[in-house]
Design a protein around this ligand. Structure first.
Ligand SMILES: Nc1ncnc2c1ncn2[C@@H]1O[C@H](COP(=O)(O)OP(=O)(O)OP(=O)(O)O)[C@@H](O)[C@H]1O
Ligand SMILES: [Mg+2]
Length: 457
């Protein structure tokens, strides 16, 4: 395990300056060791390798470059910040050759150094977190909140761990219920923004006329009903992550504006007259194929190019092999824990789960396990698993349309008549499929006959 508190080594023979460096590094979250000579620095180095070295180039017993020469591959990830009172082109070139992180002149720009140190501390922190998580996948078959260790999911984890520490815009794709929300949250959690907010906005769930003001905010009086200034999601997510779900539902003219914000890092409130800087990482998601959405004119191609800087595609559940069983088992254990029960799935129940196609993916599995859990007493057999025996859920087969606004009675009648038709008038079979008694079915049919003045069924 990497140490959780990053370590800094400060080297300077000017004691006052050294103590100022120490204060700065400590404030940025580093545990800091100070030494005043090259010899002491080398000794420190043999004991432990720091995450960052802050070093005066000219030391009483030699040049800082000597120490850099000693840095072997074990210290390849150490960041070096050189500080010097007398810069020369030669030393700057030499510093470049050693790949130093930064080269600062005395008197140093304290703000700049503070900023560099904070950036290093943050990236170390997320790297340590990612290593811990990769270990978790090996041991427990999960990556943070994401369960599963199939090769398809391991590819996803690698992408997530790569992109999280950066500020890159991410586009998460995958069928409905594959875990896109969960991935977006995980990217945020593993980023250096994890202490900031994660704000989700579902572009499909909000009226197209409101979405601009929701995103960018508005000034008082900028339109009828704008009674006071309103902060948009971009402003509120400052320092954090904004998750724009169902991005293809965003009106096209707003997609243009979003693209501009992503390019410039600046937003303008509706009715505002100046651009505001924002520090927001944007993650987007869609359950459609983005290229299709472009073809259908639902997604602007230029925005897609910008979003696709880093795409993460979630595989459907049917491509995840044995993850299915582990997920089912996990969901069951969570329910067992909540109810202090110890219900179990039988081998036949697992077979039935494996045969299903799972068009609704992990969400569907979670719901199926939940319903089975409620239906079963101690053991959950195939009969308690509420799946269509054809194994295709409700997606295929013949279906009826019931317009919203119909009464339950009307819907019931439609379903009964359609079922009878599907079973070629066989009342016994139809009653069974409908889950009602044969007597109830006869009663209903008689009632329909009466309603229609004796002509129907
Ligand atoms: N790998 C996983 N491990 C554990 N739970 C998961 C996993 N993937 C998804 N889930 C669970 O399945 C449900 C659906 O996941 P989520 O909402 O992230 O899917 P989605 O792809 O965003 O769906 P939609 O397309 O409908 O927005 C959630 O309850 C989530 O916690
Ligand atoms: Mg979602």
């Amino acid at each position: 395990m990497p140490h959780s508190t990053p370590h800094a080594l400060a080297v300077d023979d000017d004691k006052n300056f050294l103590s100022a460096l120490e204060d700065l590094a400590e404030a940025a979250g580093f545990q800091t060791t100070t030494v005043t000579s090259l010899a002491e620095a080398k000794e420190e180095f043999s004991k432990s390798i720091p995450d960052v070295i802050l070093m005066d180039l000219v030391l009483p017993d030699g040049s800082g470059f000597e120490l850099l020469n000693d840095l072997d591959s074990a210290a390849a990830s150490t960041e070096v910040i050189l500080i010097t009172g007398h810069a020369s082109v030669d030393s700057a070139v030499e510093a470049l050759r050693f790949g130093v992180t930064d080269f600062l002149l005395k008197p140093i720009d304290v703000e700049r150094l503070r900023h560099i140190l904070i950036e290093i501390a943050r990236s170390r922190e997320s790297r340590a977190q990612i290593q811990a998580i990769e270990e978790e996948v090996r041991q427990f078959g999960r990556f943070g909140p994401l369960l599963g260790s199939s090769p398809a999911m391991q590819r996803v984890y690698r992408l997530v761990s790569r992109v999280s520490p950066t500020d890159a815009t991410v586009l998460v794709t995958g069928e409905s219920g594959t875990g896109k929300d969960l991935v977006a949250q995980t990217v945020h959690r593993l980023s250096r923004r994890h202490k900031g907010d994660f704000l989700p906005l579902n572009c499909g769930a909000i009226s197209p006329t409101l979405i601009e003001s929701e995103l960018f905010g508005h000034e008082k009086g900028s339109f009828t009903g704008a009674q006071k200034r309103h902060q948009g999601y971009f402003e509120r997510a400052n320092g954090g992550t904004l998750f724009l779900d169902e991005i293809t539902e965003m009106p096209l003219e707003l997609q243009v504006k979003l693209l501009r914000v992503l390019e410039t890092g600046q937003i303008m409130r509706i009715g505002g007259d100046r651009a505001l800087d924002t520090d927001v990482r944007v993650i987007t998601a869609t359950n459609r194929r983005p290229e299709d959405a472009v073809k259908e004119g639902k997604l602007r191609e230029d925005l897609l190019y910008r979003l696709q800087v880093f795409p993460i595609h979630l595989p459907p559940l049917r491509h995840r092999g044995r993850d299915l069983e582990h997920l089912a088992e996990h969901f069951l254990q969570v329910l067992n824990k909540g109810d202090s029960t110890s219900k179990e799935l039988t081998a036949e129940a697992f077979d039935k789960l494996r045969e299903h196609e799972w068009p609704g993916n992990v969400r569907e599995l979670k719901n199926v396990v939940h319903r089975a859990f409620i239906m079963a007493d101690d053991t959950i057999g195939p009969d308690e698993i509420p799946l269509d025996p054809r194994g295709d859920g409700v997606s295929d087969g013949p279906s009826i349309r019931v317009p919203i606004g119909s009464t339950i009675a009307e819907a019931e009648r439609k379903l009964i008549m359609a079922t009878l038709e599907e079973h070629e008038g066989d009342k016994k079979e139809s009653a069974e499929v409908l889950g009602i008694s044969l007597k109830t079915l006869y009663n209903r049919l008689n009632a329909y006959k009466e309603e229609d003045g004796g002509s129907a069924a």
